[in-house]
Structures are given as C-alpha cells and as structure tokens.
Design a protein around this ligand. Structure first.
Ligand SMILES: [Zn+2]
Length: 480
C-alpha cells in the first residue's frame, strides 16, 4: 500500500500532531490514468473515508465502478478523457464505516455515532441536511493530505464508506456515499466545471427573475437573441413545448439531441424559464449532456485535451489574452474569501507545463494582475456553493438544496516566471461575480471594466507587502 509519498506525509503530520493523533493508519497514491503533465490536465483526486485495512479492495472497486469504468467510460467524459488525470488516494482509516447523524424535524441531532476515520466525515442520509457532512477537522485533514499527495489536484471526489444514497457538491469538490452511480457524479461535475443549471423542476413555481446566468437556462423566447439560437433549426417553433408537450414537439424529435425551447427548469420552476432539450443529463443524470451543455463542457475541457497547446496562454476567441512567455512551472496559490476579504493561504511551486484556460463563464471569476498585465485568469462557476444532491423519491426527485458558506477557498495558478522578483506592491488579486458574458473576446482591461462582461466586484487584494504573504510565497517571489 505504501508509496514514497506515504512516509513524507506521515512524518510531516507527526511534526504537527502527536503520533496518537495521526488520523490514518497509512496513505498511498495510485495514478489510475495519466493523460499528460499534471499542470496541463484537470486532475481529479478521489479519496476514501471510513475504509479500514480490510476495506481497501472494496474502496478500489468502488472507485473503478464510479470512475475508471463509470464516468470515464461513458459518453462525454470518455470522449474527453485526454483532458483529465485520475489519481486515487487510499487513506486507511482506523475504523470501518463513517460516522452517522440523525436529525429530527426541527433540525436537531437526535442520534450521533462517531467513528475514528481518516477524514472524520458523517453520513446523515437526509436531503434537508445535504446527506453528508464534514466533521470539525474533515476539511483541514483533506487539504493536508492532498496538498502533500496530489498538490496539482483540481477536482476532488470524497467517497464515504456508507451504503446510502445522496451526496453534496460545490467548489470543485463532491462527497458521495456508495449508493450513487457514475451518472450522478457526471451531473454534479456539470455544475462544478460548466456552471450548468438544472434542467428539471420539482415545484410548480413560476420564475420571475432576470435572465439566468446558467448557459442552459433562459427566459428569452426571441429566436434572434436566444443564447443557444445558433443550434436551433429555422423550422423549430419557439417555444417548442412544455412538459405536457403543448404545443406538441415536431415529429421525429430526438428528446436528448434536438434543441429548441422547453418550458420548466432551474430545479423549481414549471413556468417562466426554458431549457434547450426535453431531457438532458442536467435534468435526469442518465442521458448525455444536450448539445448546449456539451458545448459548454467541451469549451472548459478543450484547452486540456490532447493536441491543445502547452503554455500559459489559452487558445481561441472565447479566451482572454494572458502574458506571453509563461515558460514551464507554475505557482499554485490557495486564496480564501472570508468576510468580504481575500487572503493568500498557501503557495506551492509545481514543475512542468501548465494550461491557463483564460475562459470566463458565469459565476465567480478571478484574475491576478501585476501592474497593467494580467498574469492569471480563471472561472469558478460553483465556488461558494454547497449543493445537496437531488433525491430520487417516489414522488420524483426533489431539487438540490443549496447552502452558501460564508467563506471558501479557491485556487489560482500563475506562471512561476511572473512571480519571481515581482514587485508585490503591483500585484492585485480580484474576485468578481460574472452575471453575463456577451460572448465577445475578453480584452486586456480588468474583468470589472471589460465591456464584454456584466460583473459585480466581490473582493480585491492589493497594496500587498511581503509581510502579508505566507512564507512559501515569499520564498518564490524573493529567492535567496
Ligand atoms: Zn443540457
């Protein structure tokens, strides 16, 4: 089980914790597939919790079923596998199974069973409590383990040793028990990577808001300005039909691949908001992504697929210009938004080419500038969200329950050469919320000033002094 990474992790933990507090018996890393240099691919790290020494084979089998032979063997993620690296982390828990919590109707915990597991997560099996939850040290233990074992990770999947249904996702991490299948993960990664909205509705409500930011939901029925108008046939009636198919959809219609305007979506609304197809993965998990959703997901993965350029510069017209000469090697910064302020939590320099997509979707986006130059740009479609999975019940699914934590971390990647010797007083990190991207080329202006975007500023970090930075970043900027 043990690999080279294991001993360094254990000794590092022991320096912080007494030996009796090391939260797992052993740790190892296995690369399940590697499509290319880590910085140029989207690395998905999968980690188990509550798998004891006797459960490791079961954990490995679950990972194979969910990912190797599940997600990455099916349609979109199989077709785009070359954009990903998949890394399995085996953390061997002291006890088998995860802790459980049971809530009453008022939200009080009426029963709690604790287990001494690697991450200390809980399964509550309750839609109203997002099914699964972190224990007090789960997030820190996960970060500690992954910073050491898979520092290049982007997507994280935590698998709990519990047979139940459910799960939650947000901010490029999902946590699931064993009772869900690969297609649920595919739906969740649609939210995480593409900022896609739900195409189902579980309530009879009428949407009264402004144009949704999700690329696959709209209130607009005008063919000329419809955001997926490019893919709608000239003969297709708009709207194309509601759930009861009135007006009836055209004959010979493919419910998953033929695009029109179908009423109902956004998880709650039967009326007033439209989706592109009758049935998409963002509606019921199992079907493929519809052409609109697939287009968004392909744009996100394209810079990472085989054949994409390896540099710090993103391709194509939907991306923003970044500084040339990014070279090889990059600095991975973890930045925290808390109480309206940004703080750099940690910095780590990683080797090899990396890809900075420069893609701006709706939702949070960040940029890093040194003076007038943009040196990093990224989208964070579901940062700041914790989303309980929808429930497949006897009355049909219930919607996602969304909870927005007051603080969240996000990852920023900057070419090492940009930071080395940089004048820190010139460095700014900006976090914005992108309400609309009119599809024009993003210019050199700061995102908040770019005419192609509707942006709400969230927080900025500027006027930095060396003392504000973690030692690890100081060493990169000012090497001896
Ligand atoms: Zn769709």
């Amino acid at each position: 089980m043990r690999s080279d990474g294991t001993s360094s992790l254990r000794s590092w933990l022991r320096s912080d914790l007494s030996a009796s507090e090391v939260p797992w018996l052993a740790a190892s890393v296995t690369t399940l597939f590697r499509s290319g240099p880590p910085g140029s691919k989207i690395t998905l790290a999968v980690v188990g919790d509550g798998f004891g020494p006797q459960d490791q084979d079961a954990y490995n089998t679950a990972v194979d079923n969910l990912l190797t032979n599940g997600l990455f063997a099916q349609d979109f993620f199989a077709d785009n596998k070359s954009a990903f690296n998949l890394v399995r982390v085996n953390l061997v828990s002291l006890e088998s199974g995860v802790g459980t919590k049971t809530y009453d109707a008022n939200g009080a915990v009426v029963r709690q069973v604790d287990r001494d597991t690697a991450l200390g997560a809980y399964y509550n099996g309750d839609w109203a409590h997002l099914w699964v939850e972190d224990g007090p040290s789960t997030a820190d233990r996960l970060t500690s383990a992954l910073s050491e074992l898979v520092p290049e990770r982007q997507l994280v999947l935590v698998v709990l040793n519990s047979p139940g249904f459910g799960g939650r996702g947000g901010n490029w991490r999902a946590t699931v028990p064993l009772g869900i299948g690969w297609s649920t993960i595919a739906h969740e990664f649609g939210h995480a990577m593409g900022g896609l909205g739900d195409e189902y509705h579980e309530r009879n409500e009428t949407y009264g808001g402004t144009e949704p930011t999700a690329p696959n939901l709209t209130t607009n029925t005008d063919r000329a300005t419809l955001k997926w108008g490019w893919i709608v046939g000239a003969e297709t009636p708009l709207p194309t039909g509601g759930d009861d198919c009135t007006p009836p959809k055209p004959s010979g219609w493919n419910d998953n691949q033929d695009v029109g305007l179908f009423e109902g979506g956004g998880s709650s609304y039967r009326l007033g908001v439209y989706r592109p197809v009758v049935n998409c993965r963002m509606r019921s998990n199992d079907p493929r992504f519809c052409p609109v959703c697939a287009g968004v997901m392909e744009a996100v993965t394209a810079p990472h697929r085989d054949g994409a350029p390896l540099s710090g510069v993103g391709p194509g017209d939907s991306t923003a210009p970044l500084a040339e000469g990014a070279g090889t090697g990059y600095v991975r910064l973890v930045v925290r938004l808390e109480q309206g302020a940004l703080r750099v939590l940690e910095a780590r320099e990683l080797d090899g080419p990396f890809v900075q997509t420069g893609l701006v979707t709706q939702g949070f986006a960040h940029e890093v500038r040194i003076g007038d130059r943009r040196v990093a740009l990224g989208s964070l479609p579901d940062a700041g969200v914790s989303r309980g999975f929808s429930e497949i019940g006897t009355d049909g699914p219930r919607e996602h329950l969304v909870y927005r934590p007051d603080a969240f971390d996000f990852v920023v990647r900057v070419a090492s050469t940009e930071l080395r010797g940089a004048d820190l007083s010139e460095l700014t990190v900006d976090l914005v919320s992108v309400e609309a991207n009119r599809g024009d080329v993003i210019g050199e202006l700061p995102l908040r000033d770019d005419p192609a975007l509707d942006v709400t500023p969230i927080a900025s970090l500027a006027d930095l002094s060396v003392a504000d930075l973690p030692t690890s970043l100081r060493r990169i900027v000012e090497p001896e």
